[in-house]
Design a protein around this ligand. Structure first.
Ligand code: OAD
Length: 255
């Protein structure tokens, strides 16, 4: 990790009033949650078109649910790591966190006003759209797989966004709004999946200082003002230490 780059980021954060952080699967890697891409990524082992599309669910709901039940079990054994903890602290003073992760580890860490662009693996929805509001079910294992809608008894589905589906308009609006900021960090994301991948460009066009924290170079590395190639949990911890030791902690986003 470059000490200069980390010091630059800490200085930018100290001077910033509005900070936004976009996170991806890399942030949960140190907790034990597999990423999607990369050497040990889920998409090396599984095909998204078999498991994460409305067509796949229509074709074979039991198979799709088996995969989600397996991931729920894996995630249930994971705890938030330093990266989640630092971001949760920052959120208390107004930093906005937008995530693509469905594991809810940001919520477990206590992050306030979190925007979950891709939904939550712990929430279910009626696959038939009967009007039943989505519900939370954290039971592992689920007593019945595939589970059913409590209102109409048709199949339930994970309340996550699949390939080919639109994001909730209110989440997109909140994420776009958060792009108006002084510092925008893209952390632990391959920056390949839109619309999330477009947020860093949006922030940059709006005048934000843009930063990437990732163990590898990504599609966004050449676009950002500062690319830090190191694990998120180590960088965020160090930046947090520098941010708070070199000055009084300041309130973000409260102009
Ligand atoms: P990816 O799996 O595409 O990318 C994870 C990124 O994290 C990679 O660029 C890694 O280099 C990086 N990484 C791994 N460990 C890290 C660490 N300790 N610190 C920092 N970076 C690390 O995950 P996302 O970009 O989140 O969508 O993927 C976006 C979407 O694609 C997901 O939300 C999911 C997936 O298909 C849906 O399911 C709709």
């Amino acid at each position: 990790m470059s000490a200069d780059a980390v010091a630059t980021l800490a200085a930018r954060l100290r001077a910033a009033l509005r900070v936004t952080v976009l996170t991806g699967a890399g942030v949960s890697r140190a907790s034990g949650v597999p990423t999607f891409r990369g050497a040990e990524g889920l998409w090396r082992q599984f095909r998204p078109e078999d498991l994460a599309t409305p067509e796949a669910f229509h074709r074979d709901p039991a198979l799709v649910w088996e995969w989600y039940a397996w991931r729920r079990e894996m995630i249930a054994a994971c705890r938030p790591n330093t990266a989640h903890d630092v971001l949760a602290r920052w959120s208390e003073t107004g930093c906005r966190v937008v995530t693509q992760n469905v594991d809810d580890l940001h919520l477990t860490a206590g992050t306030r006003n979190l925007v979950r662009l891709h939904g939550s693996i712990w929430e279910l929805a009626c696959a038939n759209g009967c009007g039943q509001p989505r519900w939370r079910d954290e039971r592992v294992p689920l007593p019945e797989v595939p589970p059913v809608c409590p209102r109409c008894s048709s199949l339930a589905r994970p309340a996550v966004v699949w390939f080919g589906e639109g994001l909730a308009p209110e989440d997109v609006e909140a994420a776009m709004h958060a792009c108006t900021c002084d510092v925008f960090l893209a952390v632990g994301t391959s920056s390949l999946v839109y619309p999330a991948a477009g947020l860093v460009g949006e922030a940059r066009r709006g005048g934000a200082f843009t930063v990437e924290i990732n163990t590898e170079r990504t599609a966004a590395s050449a676009q950002v003002d500062l690319a830090i190639q190191a694990p998120a949990e180590a960088v965020l911890l160090r930046v947090d230490e520098l941010r708070t030791t070199n000055s009084e902690p300041r309130t973000l986003n409260r102009t």
